[in-house]
Each structure stands twice: as structure tokens, then as C-alpha cells.
Design a protein around this ligand. Structure first.
Ligand SMILES: *[C@@H]1O[C@H](CO)[C@@H](O)[C@H](O)[C@H]1NC(C)=O
Ligand SMILES: *[C@@H]1O[C@H](CO)[C@@H](O)[C@H](O)[C@H]1NC(C)=O
Ligand SMILES: *[C@@H]1O[C@H](CO)[C@@H](O)[C@H](O)[C@H]1NC(C)=O
Ligand SMILES: *[C@@H]1O[C@H](CO)[C@@H](O)[C@H](O)[C@H]1NC(C)=O
Ligand SMILES: *[C@@H]1O[C@H](CO)[C@@H](O)[C@H](O)[C@H]1NC(C)=O
Ligand SMILES: *[C@@H]1O[C@H](CO)[C@@H](O)[C@H](O)[C@H]1NC(C)=O
Ligand SMILES: *[C@@H]1O[C@H](CO)[C@@H](O)[C@H](O)[C@H]1NC(C)=O
Length: 926
């Protein structure tokens, strides 16, 4: 810690708190550094100047062909050892993109191009190296906000002067860019490419609602998209593309693509920041009309990674149709700096490969920041009106604040605070006493009043300067316990009472003159006691710092959870009921049914359509017999139609239909018997013993049920809307796997279109409010009901309750929404749940809220819900394995989860993962 730097007091006032919600699109902030007024640019972004910055110079520049106003100015900073920070308000637990751009424009008329660092909070983000005066350098991070503010700092001027042109903050919504590493890593953008682009212009806002910048593949740059295979052709369409999947690439990007007419697509490009582990996704949509005998199948080939080539992409099949997004990728893949890749047609494919877009981000490890960060932030908070309290960023990293010094640990601690003569008022903030590494404290020559606090929390204190203030009260005796104290200056205050004798028996420079009431134990003379030498003190200081570091290093970090995950979104094979072999329903006689049920002896349930009885067939098979209420299906013909439909629906997450009976005016349906009863009974009923089900079990049940529902929506033609999803319609088998029951009894949904029905059917608490009002039934009505079920799984509360949700609230949706949206997830988690990973809980809570959005169009599809549940399960299994302390467990379980998700699972090292895809293992279901 250089003395010169310590004494150098620079003027810096960099705190900028801008409420992101005031911008044109909620969560957008566009800062025109060096600008002088607000303006709206040609694409509709509203720019604001950074004119609250009191440091740095505003410079106007002129760059040929650059007409955008935000690039006519920049702000430059002194080339020194300090950091210069911009701070923004953000919403915690929300993902954002932050983009910093730098257009040099030779603003300083210097022959040396600038080189400096930018950091994001304490994390070193990038080194900005200007290599061309007229080219914009750009850095972009995607992050999950954990604190209410973020800061971007410029520092480490290596050559030239640090400067900045723009800072852009863009808020995401939903689970876009979720990844299981996000608590420890940021995503730093390396490539985001729009293939087949029709011009050199990038696609961004408003085409991309989040203002991501999708670079055109026709821009010519060094080592950027070279080695293009012969036969590569651009194609485009005007057809709308369904992009409503996780990353929401803009439709405009998906409407163009490149195809390898000669069977291959090849590209080479440099990936900034690599080699490193990264996040890489491809975006595909079939935008050509394929003939009936045409197939487009291809593999991804990355030299040195043969495993990645095992999976075959078939866009139309993977996306479940034309003009629909399919986004396979890797959450954690190691990529080289020079990325050279190929898509190659398979031998049985008639069409060459196609690629619409590509996105590659690097994982940037978050820095924990200095150990005393929160304490210093609290101190700064109490002096917000002072410049020195507004320097922003971390107190120590990448450069310390002007008034502190830090240890040089990987996790630095504050060793010195120097706030002499800063006009401080009030009492000494108690936060100072929490700095365990503090060696020097200088608060002299202020107007501080009140007592001297207890500094026993700072055992390393060597120098305390409190002279020339208005401190009163007695000298705390704890000062005498500071074994390292060598200098205590308290002269010219209003202190009184006895000087603790401990202070008089030490090698301590103590100056207490000018305190009228202060006297030695024996009431003796008010004399300075100067003992010891400064040399001795210096030796002690070194000893202090060293021992303190050793102590800190002994602390172990908790083991990391989170395993590599090579999973891709689930693949679905579209199939239609009409194509499958329709099995004829088995017709039972009433006598057989009476026999099996012992004349309807044991009632096991009742539902909207009738009463259910336990039965056992002659061959020992256990069955559930549903005797429909008389008016359910009057006509024999209608009954037969329904039954033949039911007999054709097979999915392992749907209760199996076995047969029926219609005699003597009774209509009876026979299903497989589910041993463990209903989910409802396990959550609230008689089966809730010993705290009921743990969180993993609940997630597994949710996954099973969601798959069953998704199959009804997408696997059946025409699609089936359940209409009456609720916890009593989710049944559990011997192994506690869930199946959905009571489906298909409502009228079939008309394929793709809304269904209008005269009777609103459903159960209070689960009923989609939009359907209730409009009577327009869509599959999103089931999504609503499923959202309610998810909330029940989280909270262990029933959908409707007169007592449990507080005043004026009978409904779980209102209640949960209120808590979750205010960040209080804990407030709704079932007290019976003890071990769970809060991340997986948040994922489900957020998805559940999306499911119960008032309008169907805002709710996700079941496939998205499934993916979220699977992600939550992967997190939870990882966390459980850590809890159980077994690393074998981690690998076994994560292998299992990639099996569940596996589709284009090219990260998996084993063919089995592809073969056991559920759609293949259960052909009858698809
Ligand atoms: C500029 O925009 C910001 C944020 O949108 C607003 O707070 C400020 O009042 C505007 N300034 C002027 C001069 O309009
Ligand atoms: C500016 O644009 C013109 C016309 O498009 C072009 O000829 C010229 O080379 C460009 N200048 C620079 C510096 O890019
Ligand atoms: C400052 O930048 C130089 C050159 O990029 C680098 O070697 C050095 O490690 C950086 N210093 C800090 C403290 O980050
Ligand atoms: C997220 O943003 C996209 C794009 O603006 C929008 O279409 C979607 O409805 C939003 N989702 C939610 C849950 O707000
Ligand atoms: C495509 O391949 C064929 C046969 O290999 C070759 O004759 C043709 O020139 C290739 N087309 C292009 C554009 O390279
Ligand atoms: C990605 O995988 C590598 C190697 O398997 C591992 O070291 C790393 O921690 C994983 N996660 C991230 C975010 O890099
Ligand atoms: C003690 O403080 C007084 C008042 O500031 C000063 O005059 C005196 O020189 C100091 N004594 C020593 C030994 O530093």
C-alpha cells in the first residue's frame, strides 16, 4: 500500500442510482457517457447522459460514418491507480444483460491506444484493448442480480486514458438464460450470430425485445466466420416463427438461415476469452418446405470432441413442426479460442444442414469481493451526502476506495480507514468495530460526538486517532484489551472519567490532553504518557497483518455443488392418435364388475364424473371401477365414442384405461388401480404421516404429472384438454410415480383452436379465470390448474382455504403471488419441508406464477414447465448428493437427469442416453 497513494485524495463522485423502471421499456437503462441531454435514438431507445459524474472529462469525437448521437461523446478518466465506477439499481433475483461500449475516436490525440480494465463489482470483467480508433469495442455480461445495486468500474490504466462511450442495462424476464452455475458465474458474451442475415446490420431492439445484438454473418471481420463451405446458401422466409421457448431469439433472426446445399456447413471464428468452459446454443427452425420424401438430418462436428457428433438433429421433429424453434445446446462445454465447427448431413438425409443462429457465452467466475464489503457499504450508506462515500464498487477490488487500504489476500480485508478532517458529524458508526482486520483508524479532526465504542471486535487495531472531535463519556476499558494497540490519540475531546489502568501500563503512545474531565486512576496530573518506540510498533504491525492472514486462510469454502450438465431441451416425437394402432376397449359384463368389486363394496373415491370402487379381476389384477353418474354419458353411442378414444391413449404418466361396461343404465369405466392413492391425500389427507413427501419426491410427482398433461396436449390428435386437473386427479402407484387420471372425459378439444362449451366445468380453486369469463377452453387452462398444483406442492396448502391465507384471501394463487413477488418465498414453503435447495424452489415458484398468469397467452406451454421441473430436479439432486456427502451419488444422479432431458444430448459420453429416450422406450405412448 503505497504511501503516496494513501495521501492522494482525488475528487470522485460516481454514484449513479437510476431506477431501471423509469426507462422506456421496464428495466432498460441506456447511459450516454459524456452526453449532455436526454434523447431517443432511431430505434426507440431512450438515452440519458451521465452528467451526474463529477470525475472524468467529457470529450466530443468525430468518427467517419458514425452518426449515432451516443457515439459523439465519451467520458475519459485519469490514468491513475484508482477505479471509477457507475452504479445502477437493479431488481434482485432478476437476470440482466449489461453492455459497455468503447469508441476511441482518437479523443486524446495520442499515438498510444488506451488499454485498461473494466470490472463488474469486484469481478474483473475484461481488459479493454483499443486497436482501431474507429471501431466500437463491446463487452456484454448476463447476470442474475443478487444485490439491489450493481456497479461497473474502470481501472488499471495500462496505456492511455480509460474511457467509456455507453453503458446499457437490459432486464430479462422469465427463466431466460437460467443456468445452474449462475450463482457462481456470469455469462460473458463471445458470439451471437444471425446466420443468413439479409444485411450487415445487426438485429437488436425492437426486433429483440431484450435488445440483445445479433450480429449479421455477412459482416467481414478478421477471423470471424471464415472457411465457409462451398455450397452454403442463404435462405429466408416471411412466415412467422414460433420462438416462444427459453431464450426467445427474435423472430427476425429465425426467419433467415444458411443451408449447406452440398451437405456441409463449416465456419471458423475466434472466441474472445476462450479456451474456457462456456454456454453454447444453436437456434434452428425449419424454414424451407420439405417434400414428402425429404429429410433434413445432420450432426454437429467439433474436432477433438467425437462424442458431440453422436446425436442427430432433425429440426422439424425436434421442434415438433415447421417454423418452430429448436434450441439444443450445452450448458457447460469447453471450447477453444479458435472455434472451427461443421454441421454434416447424415447419409440418410436428402437435405443439407441448416443453421439460423448461434450463441456462445463464456463462464466468468464471480469474485466474492472483499471480506468487509458489506460493513464498508453500511458505513458509506451513513454518509451518502459525502463524495468519498460514493466511490462505488467494492471497497478493495479492483482498486481500493480513496480512504481505505486493504490486505492483499484473495479476499481482502480492510486494514486502514482514513477519514481525518472530513467534517463528520454524529457518533462513531458502530460498523467500524466490526472490521476484524483493521489496523489503523483515523477519525481525527471531525465533529464526532458521543462515546467511544467498544473496539474489541478489532483485535488487530494498532493505531487509533480520534483527536480533535467532541467525543464524550468515559474511555471504554476494552481499549486496554487491544493487545496490539501502540498509538491512541484522543486529545481535545470532551471525555471524562478515569483512564483504565491497562492503558497506562503498555507500550502505548497515549495523548489525552485537552479532555477536562479525564484523569488517571489516582487523580494525578493530566500528563501525556509516551512510552515505546515507533520501530517497535512497525514490527508489531507486520506481525499483526501476517497472523491475521494465516487465520483467514484456514477457513475452508463450502464444497461446490453443481455438476456439469450437458442436457438439452427435451425432444418430442410428434405422433397422432390416428396413426397408432387403436386397441379395442375391453367390454366387461356387469356381472363381472360386480364380482370384481364384491358388489361395489369398497368405495375408494369419488370425483366429478362418478364414484370409484376397488376391484380385483379373476386373474388377480387390481382395478379401479368408476361408476359414472347417470347423466354423464346418456347415449350409448356417445359413450362408445368416448371409450374408444380413451382406449387409444397410452402414456406412462396417464392412468391406464382397461375397459368399460354399459348395462342396466349404468356406465362404468375400468382403470388400473393406483396403490398409493391421490396426491391430495399425501399432501393433506390421512397419508400425511411424518411430514409427508420431501421436495425431490414432490418434484418427481410434478414432472410425471406434467409429462402426462403435455402428452394430452401435444401427443394426441385432436389434442385433449383435461379441464379438471387437481391434486385429487393425480394418482400415485406402488413406486410413488404419478399418473394423471380423469382425462378425456370432457369433450375433446378441437385441434389447435379454442373450444367453446356451454358449461364451464372444473373445480373451484383450479379453474382458469380466463376460461371462466370467456368460456374459451384452451390447453392453457390446464396450465393454470397445474400452476395451482405446483403452488400446493411448494406450500402444502390447499388451493382454497378459509383460514390459512390471512384476511380477505381464500385463494392460494393470490396468497402465493403476494409472497413470491415480494421475494418472500420462505413465507409460503411448506413447514414440513426441511431439506431443499432454495434455487430449485425458486425455479418452481417462478414457473408456477407464470402458469397462473391471468391470460393464457402469457402462460408457458407444458413442455416449458417440464423443462423447468427437470432443471429444478437436477439442482435438487445435486444438492441432496452434497447433503449426503457422496460424490458417487452426484454423478449417478446427474447421469439420470441427463437421461431424462436427453435428446440431442451430444455431451453425453454414452450412446445409452440417446437410446433410452422415453419416446423410444415407450412406443405406445407416442
Ligand atoms: C432524462 O431522463 C431521466 C430518466 O428517464 C429523467 O429522470 C430526467 O428527468 C430526464 N431529464 C430531462 C432533462 O428531461
Ligand atoms: C464511410 O462510408 C463510405 C460510403 O459507404 C465509404 O466509402 C467509406 O469507406 C466509409 N468510411 C469509413 C472510414 O469507413
Ligand atoms: C493491469 O493490467 C495489466 C496489463 O493488462 C495486467 O498485467 C495487470 O495484471 C493488471 N493489474 C491488475 C491489478 O489487474
Ligand atoms: C417475457 O418477454 C417476452 C418478450 O418480450 C414476452 O413475449 C413474454 O411474454 C415475457 N414473459 C413474461 C412471463 O413476462
Ligand atoms: C457440390 O458438390 C458437387 C459434387 O461434389 C460439385 O461438383 C459442386 O461443384 C459442388 N458445389 C459447390 C458450390 O461447391
Ligand atoms: C464445467 O465443466 C468443467 C469441466 O468438467 C468444470 O471444471 C467446471 O466447473 C464446470 N462449470 C463451469 C461453470 O465451468
Ligand atoms: C498531545 O496533544 C497536544 C494537543 O494536540 C499537543 O500539543 C501535544 O504536543 C501532544 N503531545 C505529544 C507528545 O504528541
Amino acid at each position: 500500500m503505497g504511501c503516496a497513494k494513501f495521501l492522494f485524495v482525488f475528487s470522485l463522485y460516481s454514484l449513479f442510482l437510476m431506477d431501471a423502471s423509469t426507462a422506456q421499456r421496464p428495466g432498460f437503462v441506456s447511459l450516454d457517457c459524456g452526453g449532455s441531454n436526454n434523447f431517443t435514438d432511431e430505434i426507440g431507445l431512450e438515452w440519458t447522459p451521465d452528467n451526474y459524474m463529477l470525475t472524468g472529462d467529457i470529450v466530443n469525437i468525430v468518427v467517419a460514418n458514425e452518426t449515432r448521437k451516443q457515439y459523439k461523446t465519451l467520458r475519459s478518466f485519469p490514468a491513475d491507480d484508482n477505479k471509477y465506477c457507475y452504479t445502477f439499481n437493479v431488481v434482485s433475483r432478476t437476470r440482466y444483460l449489461i453492455r459497455a461500449t468503447f469508441l476511441y475516436g482518437n479523443f486524446d490525440n495520442n499515438n498510444v491506444y488506451p488499454k485498461f480494465d473494466i470490472s463488474f463489482g469486484p469481478t474483473r470483467w475484461a481488459t479493454i484493448v483499443i486497436s482501431d480508433a474507429n471501431t466500437i469495442e463491446l463487452q456484454e455480461l448476463i447476470f442474475l442480480a443478487t444485490d439491489p445495486t450493481i456497479s461497473v468500474c474502470l481501472s488499471n490504466a495500462t496505456t492511455g486514458q480509460p474511457f467509456i462511450s455507453t453503458l446499457e442495462l437490459r432486464q430479462f424476464n422469465g427463466s431466460i438464460y437460467f443456468n445452474q452455475f449462475e450463482s457462481q458465474f456470469y455469462l460473458s458474451m463471445s458470439a451471437r450470430i444471425n446466420f443468413g442475415a439479409e444485411s450487415d446490420e445487426p438485429v437488436r431492439f425492437p426486433d429483440d425485445p431484450f435488445d440483445r445484438i445479433w450480429e449479421s454473418d455477412s459482416v467481414r471481420k478478421a477471423n470471424y466466420l471464415v472457411d465457409v463451405a462451398p455450397g452454403t446458401e442463404k435462405i429466408s422466409t416471411q412466415m412467422p416463427i414460433d420462438v416462444s421457448r427459453d431464450e426467445w431469439p427474435p423472430q427476425k433472426v429465425m426467419q433467415t438461415a444458411v443451408v449447406g446445399r452440398n451437405g456441409s456447413l463449416t465456419y471458423r471464428l475466434n472466441l474472445d476469452g476462450f479456451p474456457a468452459p462456456g454456454w453454447a446454443f444453436c437456434y434452428f427452425a425449419e424454414i424451407e418446405d420439405l417434400g414428402p420424401s425429404d429429410a433434413r438430418k445432420f450432426r454437429f462436428i467439433l474436432p477433438g470432441a467425437p462424442d458431440l457428433s453422436k446425436a442427430v438433429v432433425n429440426i422439424q421433429e425436434n421442434a415438433q413442426g415447421q417454423y418452430r424453434l429448436y434450441e439444443p445446446g450445452y450448458y457447460n462445454i469447453s471450447l477453444p479460442f479458435v472455434l472451427s465447427f461443421r454441421f454434416g448431413r447424415t447419409s440418410d438425409s436428402t437435405m443439407g444442414p441448416l443453421l439460423n443462429a448461434l450463441e456462445v457465452n463464456r463462464y466468468l467466475k464471480k469474485s466474492d469481493g472483499s471480506a468487509d464489503g458489506p460493513v464498508l457499504a453500511a458505513i458509506a450508506m451513513s454518509y451518502l451526502s459525502f463524495k468519498w462515500a460514493n466511490e462505488g464498487g467494492d471497497p478493495c477490488i479492483p482498486a481500493p476506495w480513496s480512504w481505505v487500504q486493504c490486505s492483499s489476500d484473495p479476499r481482502p480485508m480492510i486494514t486502514s480507514i482514513k477519514l481525518s478532517g472530513k467534517n463528520l458529524l454524529g457518533t462513531i458508526p458502530v460498523e467500524f468495530t466490526k472490521l476484524g482486520g483493521l489496523v489503523e483508524l483515523w477519525l481525527d479532526n471531525n465533529s464526532l460526538s458521543g462515546p467511544i465504542p467498544d473496539f474489541s471486535g478489532c483485535p488487530n487495531l494498532k493505531i487509533i486517532h480520534l483527536e480533535n472531535n467532541r467525543l464524550n463519556g468515559e474511555l471504554p476499558s476494552s481499549l486496554a484489551d487491544l493487545s496490539k494497540l501502540r498509538e491512541l490519540y484522543i486529545q481535545n475531546n470532551l471525555l471524562a472519567g478515569k483512564i483504565p489502568s491497562g492503558l497506562l501500563n503498555k507500550y502505548l503512545s497515549l495523548n489525552y490532553t485537552g479532555n477536562a474531565g479525564l484523569h488517571k486512576e489516582n487523580g494525578g496530573s493530566h500528563k501525556n504518557i509516551i512510552i515505546g518506540t515507533s520501530v517497535g510498533a512497525a514490527v508489531m504491525l507486520i506481525a499483526t497483518i501476517t497472523s491475521c492472514f494465516l487465520l483467514r486462510k484456514g477457513k475452508k469454502k463450502p464444497p461446490r455443488k453443481g455438476e456439469s450438465q450437458h442436457n438439452l431441451p427435451p425432444q418430442k416425437l410428434a405422433s397422432s392418435l390416428g396413426d397408432t394402432n387403436a386397441e379395442a376397449a375391453h367390454y366387461f359384463s356387469l356381472a363381472e364388475i360386480k364380482d370384481a368389486t364384491n358388489n361395489f363394496e369398497r368405495k375408494i373415491g369419488s370425483g366429478g364424473f362418478g364414484v370409484v370402487f376397488y376391484g380385483r379381476l379373476l386373474d388377480g389384477k387390481e382395478i379401479a371401477v368408476k361408476r359414472l353418474t347417470n347423466d354423464s354419458f346418456q347415449g350409448k353411442r356417445e359413450f362408445t365414442n368416448e371409450v374408444s378414444l380413451l382406449s387409444r391413449i397410452h402414456h406412462r404418466n396417464l392412468v391406464q384405461f382397461i375397459g368399460c361396461c354399459q348395462e342396466e343404465g349404468k356406465s362404468i369405466l375400468v382403470y388400473e388401480f393406483m396403490h398409493k392413492g391421490t396426491l391430495k391425500e399425501h399432501l393433506y389427507g390421512p397419508l400425511t404421516h411424518g411430514g409427508g413427501m420431501n421436495w425431490i419426491k414432490r418434484l418427481e410427482i410434478a414432472e410425471d404429472a406434467a409429462k402426462g398433461i403435455d402428452y394430452l396436449h401435444t401427443g394426441c390428435v385432436p389434442a385433449i384438454i383435461h379441464r379438471d386437473l387437481k391434486t385429487s386427479n393425480i394418482l400415485l402407484d406402488k413406486n410413488m410415480r404419478a399418473k394423471v387420471s380423469d382425462f378425456g372425459l370432457s369433450k375433446l378439444a378441437v385441434d389447435g383452436a379454442s373450444h367453446v362449451s356451454s358449461i364451464v366445468r372444473g373445480t373451484v380453486g383450479y379453474l382458469d379465470p380466463e376460461y371462466y369469463i370467456s368460456q374459451q377452453l384452451t390447453d392453457k387452462s390446464d396450465v393454470y390448474s397445474f400452476g395451482v398444483i405446483l403452488l400446493e406442492l411448494i406450500s402444502g396448502q390447499e388451493a382454497i382455504s378459509n383460514e390459512n391465507f390471512g384476511h380477505n384471501c381464500r385463494n392460494i394463487v393470490q396468497w402465493a403471488k403476494l409472497h413470491i413477488e415480494s421475494g418472500d418465498l420462505q413465507g409460503i414453503i411448506d413447514p414440513a419441508l426441511h431439506e431443499y435447495d432454495i434455487q430449485s424452489m425458486w425455479k418452481i415458484a417462478e414457473k408456477a406464477l407464470m402458469c397462473v398468469q391471468p391470460h393464457g397467452s402469457m402462460r408457458p406451454w407444458m413442455s416449458e414447465v417440464i423443462k423447468e421441473i427437470q432443471d429444478a430436479l437436477a439442482i435438487e439432486r445435486g444438492a441432496e448428493a452434497v447433503r449426503e456427502g457422496s460424490s458417487d451419488e452426484i454423478s449417478r444422479r446427474s447421469a439420470h437427469s441427463s437421461l431424462n432431458l436427453g435428446s440431442l444430448d451430444i455431451g453425453a459420453s454414452d450412446h445409452h442416453y440417446l437410446a433410452i429416450d422415453e419416446s423410444i422406450a415407450h412406443p405406445t405412448a407416442r
